[in-house]
Design a protein around this ligand. Structure first.
Ligand code: NAP
Length: 527
């Protein structure tokens, strides 16, 4: 296949094997090649070379131009209409209502990054003006974030729109000024192609350089590895399994030039339910918890896979009610047959841990996942930390602590997670403040009296957490702060004003917040 510019490369069939897709030229809608295949190493190389060639021009586009590009991607996605959603439902079994919401979120986050670019302060401009009379004299120093270079992004299976081709990682990398080579997830290849075509149409309509975006398809590790190992790729974004994320992280660190891998992997999002709130509203909490466990057939990275309470009558009743709600929940289709298999064997694996039992389980017909509740004593949990490992699907483990000390020990025994939640009355929360302090060391988002599912795309959101939840707890994959993952600081020393980027020029033509000699201001320098 001869590539001429930003294109869709490679191919696959849907997981059901019932549909054959054609790779399209995004501009003409014509098939690129009648015989589809997984992208070869040579094609991955071509896509990255194109991205590297696009980088100098793309990284110097104005914030306004990049904002217009991101907004146009959103418009092009909306223009795909219901066909996008219907095709996506066929590939993923996700219902239309969920996908309609997810499309809104996808377009919304593109628009949000456009707003971030127009506001401009994300570059973290800092200016220390020269002090020529000081001994020793201080030179003029100006620092800001600049884009890293071509970025490889891996689409998530569980968000075929919002964390796939035009999802959060792509939006934040493009916003930062980095071209993207996207590795499509094999669970939704046609959806990936449709959205990639929309991005390429948007790139052409807004005058972006060829190669700013390419899609490479694949259903084997070879394509992803070729991307991570390519010497011109400067960073990786990933959402998926611990095994996959760790393999990519290790590969990136084995490179001659190691690169950052921002991998969001697994999390069980522990929920602590304190005694006072159980007495006050245990029944309502049981309903809420079961709904959060089963949301999206348990296929969100934030579903609570673990909850902890102090032993007692209220806790017994709470676990019973949660079990009833889970057993009565409707079984759902999972994203792929392999995920269903992995879910069932994951529940069996948990049930086989000594000191653990299945407390409730929903009946499920063939091909559907039924919710499950497992129960263990805190002692068993402390001896078998594998009970806290993610089982992707609608299951959760109830851990009953015999004492406050044991409950604290469970918190101490946790590894890194995306979130932790504490339910408590005002008095509970005062009494258990040390629990909050300990959990703060373990997670990226701490929730009080809510549920961890439902991740807002906003300025203050943090979606990340200490290892093994992610490979870099200092960053987020959801929300506007994600943009800084794909940028690095550069200090300009002694530069004449006209050679500085606009964000650092004396006149502050972009009107951004800057730290000038230690004070935040939008003012000019030297006036
Ligand atoms: P995955 O197996 O980690 O795959 C995600 C992507 O990474 C795919 O494109 C896959 O490519 C690629 N990949 C995986 N291992 C690789 C390797 N060693 N080298 C190169 N590329 C590699 O995740 P998944 O398919 O989405 O789901 C599998 C399991 O991941 C689920 O059952 C669940 O446990 C977990 N998961 C977690 C989250 C979360 O939010 N934490 C989200 C989704 C899934 P190929 O498929 O082409 O090999």
């Amino acid at each position: 296949m001869q590539l001429t510019g930003a294109q869709l490369i490679g191919f696959g069939t849907s997981r059901q094997g019932t549909t054959t897709f054609t790779g399209m030229d995004a501009g003409t809608g014509q098939a690129l090649s009648p015989d589809f295949h997984e992208a070869t190493a040579a094609e991955v190389d071509q896509a990255v070379q194109l991205a590297a060639a696009a980088f100098p021009a793309y990284s110097h586009t104005t914030p306004e131009k990049r904002a217009a590009f991101l907004e146009r991607i959103g418009d092009e996605i909306m223009a795909l209409g219901d066909e996008l959603l219907e095709g996506c439902t066929r590939e993923t079994a996700l219902p239309a209502a969920r996908l309609t919401g997810e499309r809104g979120r996808t377009v919304g986050q593109l628009k949000l990054f456009a707003a971030v670019l127009r506001e401009g302060s994300w570059v973290e401009a800092r200016i220390d003006t020269a002090l020529p009379d000081r001994q020793p004299p201080r030179p003029d120093l100006r620092r800001m974030l600049i884009p890293l270079g071509p970025v490889g992004v891996f689409g998530a299976s569980n968000f075929p729109l919002a964390f796939s081709v035009a999802g959060g990682d792509t939006a934040s990398a493009l916003a930062a000024g980095c071209p993207v080579v996207f590795k499509g997830h094999p669970a939704h290849p046609a959806t990936s192609e449709r959205v990639a075509a929309a991005i390429i149409r948007a790139a052409r309509a807004t005058g972006m350089p060829e190669g700013v975006f390419s899609l490479v398809q694949g259903g084997s590790v070879a394509v992803g590895m070729a991307l991570v190992e390519h010497p011109l790729v400067k960073a990786i974004g990933f959402t998926g399994s611990f095994r996959g994320g760790k393999a990519l992280f290790d590969a990136a660190n084995r490179r001659e030039e190691p690169i950052p891998v921002y991998a969001e992997m697994g999390s069980t999002n522990p929920v602590f339910v304190l005694p006072g709130i159980l007495r006050e509203k245990g029944a309502a909490l049981a309903e809420g918890l079961a709904a959060s466990v089963t949301l999206g057939v348990g296929q969100f990275c934030t579903n609570p896979g673990l909850f902890v309470a102090l032993q007692g009558e209220e806790t017994t009743d709470f676990i019973h009610k949660t079990g009833q709600a889970l057993a009565g929940s409707a079984p759902g289709a999972m994203l792929t047959g392999n995920m269903l298999k992995a879910y069932r064997s994951g529940v069996d694996r948990l049930a086989a841990v000594p000191g653990t039992r299945v407390a409730a389980r929903a009946q499920a017909p063939d091909g559907r996942a039924g919710a499950a509740l497992l129960q263990a004593e805190a002692r068993a949990f402390l001896e078998h930390p594998e009970l806290a490992e993610e089982v992707f699907g609608p299951s959760t483990v109830a851990v009953v602590a015999g004492s406050r000390e044991e409950l604290m020990a469970v918190a101490d025994g946790l590894k890194g997670h995306l979130t932790a939640t504490v339910h408590g009355t005002a008095e509970d929360l005062r009494e258990y403040q040390p629990l909050l302090q300990r959990l703060a060391q373990k997670v990226g988002r701490l929730v009080i009296n809510g549920f961890p599912t439902g991740v807002e795309v906003s300025y203050a959101m943090q979606h990340g957490g200490p290892y093994p939840a992610t490979t870099d707890s200092r960053t987020t994959s959801v929300g506007t702060a994600a943009i800084s993952r794909f940028a690095r600081p550069l200090c300009y020393q002694g530069f004449p004003d006209e050679l500085l980027p606009d964000a650092l020029k004396n006149a502050n033509p972009l009107n951004v917040w800057r730290m000038v000699n230690g004070e935040w201001t939008k003012g000019k320098v030297g006036s």
